[in-house]
Unconditional design. Sequence first.
Length: 239
Amino acid sequence: TTDVLPYKRILLKLSGEALMGSESFGIDPQVLDRLAEEIKDIIQADIQVGIVIGGGNLFRGEKLARAGMNRVAGDHMGMLATVMNSLALQDALERTGVETRVMSAISLTGVCEDYNRRFAMRFMERGQVVIFCAGTGNPFFTTDTAACLRGIEIEADLICKATKVDGVYSADPNKYSDAVKYESLTYEEALHRQLAVMDLTAFCLARDHQKKIRVFNMNNPGALVRVATGKQEGTIIEC
Ligand code: UDP
């Protein structure tokens, strides 16, 4: 029943790379369907879900700028990439029977709705998944920052950052065999040890508003449900 669940509403951050699977670009439909099934499981557990998706599987402004493009134009492409990912996830979710809304930080009439916090809260209360796309709507920010921003706005109890590693480690586990995984960290420990949880803008926003962050590996089957129901999985960062 609902009252034993530790979190009423979560904000899930999926990187664009999470949709890529084993490919090097784009969206893997099988991966997308599996993600949709896992999201459905948390909706069925009566947990409200907001999602922010990245765009790194398609375009990143920083990379385009390194190749010579104007950074703002590149960031606009990056934000539009998050819209494409969101539409793909919406489609996969609706095919599994989960009602979904896509709300964009940039107006895209006829494609998706404009972001509106009050409407988003009402949709989530009705059991609809709200996907927040186009990041913050501004260049020079990341979708991690968008995830923390929306998480704070919608009063999410937890920000769930899905990655390709099992949590936050003392060093890169792919490079150092003695790297240790932290079960929990405070914001100050993470900052002091310069652990790359999120970019600093995003991380400090979460810290300043005491938003708990759990970093976990989305490729572990059932991980999302465990995270959303408050089980130990990955690393939690809190006060
Ligand atoms: N972006 C932006 N403003 C935002 C969020 C994203 O300009 O508020 C752009 C930026 O170019 C970024 C791209 O969108 O590189 C994709 O987002 P991100 O790199 O955060 O995606 P992820 O790494 O999570 O796949």
